[in-house]
Write a protein that binds this ligand. Structure first.
Ligand code: DX5
Ligand code: ZN
Length: 219
């Protein structure tokens, strides 16, 4: 059995109590902070950006996993490094020179992630899979929290697991969108390593307990 990593998405946090939310994640069994950046161009929504992430980073005691849903991410990679990103994930669909962007992120000293929209086949990563630290499979269309999980995701996870094995690659499989205690077990069983959850955690009565439930969902 592989370890299950849990990455709470702060998009669903109470921004007026952001410090308390960060403390909660620090105290919990969560592994990473998942931070969603939206530019209103690549996705039809705008979230938060560099100054907010820099503040979160000062208090966060766990790696910060920054999910860029922006066009031309190469223009901002150095800025996100400065803000404290540990893992920087760019969208396949936003990169004309994906290989170059991956090398740029690693050259800056961060782990490199590549995210796939629901319609993008995992096979598109065949020629870069060995260069990537994390593949982020979107299980909803990016842009908003609280959407319904897309069932086709299970098959994509299995296909990606096969691609990783066939290429002797080491990338972690992260899944993002519509994840909760109801589907976490099945996602791990399909081959996922990292579960991102926003509303399931922050809208629950006891977020720490929900994180524990997600963390132990493979058992
Ligand atoms: C969606 C973001 C997700 C989002 C997940 O575009 O990438 O990280 O916060 O939210 P839930 O878990 O509510 O679907
Ligand atoms: Zn995300």
């Amino acid at each position: 059995k592989h370890p299950v990593l849990v990455a709470p998405s702060l998009l669903a946090a109470n921004f007026l109590e952001l410090g308390k939310e960060v403390d909660m994640v620090n105290r919990s069994e969560a592994d990473w902070f998942h931070l969603d950046v939206m530019d209103g161009r690549f996705v039809p929504n705008i979230s938060y950006g560099l100054p907010v992430i820099a503040q979160i980073r000062k208090k966060a005691q766990k790696p910060c996993d920054v999910h860029l849903m922006i066009e031309e991410p190469e223009k901002y990679a150095a800025d996100f490094k400065k803000a404290g990103a540990d893992i920087l994930t760019v969208h396949f669909e936003a990169c004309i020179h994906l290989h170059r962007n991956i090398q740029q992120i690693k050259g800056l000293g961060m782990k490199a992630g590549v995210a796939l929209n629901p319609h993008t086949p995992v096979g598109m990563l065949e020629n870069v899979i060995r260069d990537i630290d994390v593949v982020l499979i979107m299980s909803v269309n990016p842009g908003f929290g609280g959407q319904t999980f897309i069932e086709q995701t299970y098959q994509k996870i299995r296909q990606l697991r096969q691609l990783i094995t066939d290429n002797h690659a080491h990338a972690l499989i992260e899944v993002d969108g519509g994840i909760g205690t109801d589907n976490a077990g099945q996602l791990i069983q399909a081959g996922a390593n990292v579960l991102v959850a926003g509303s399931a955690i922050f809208s629950s009565a006891d977020p720490e307990k929900t994180i524990h439930a997600l963390k132990t969902s493979a058992q």
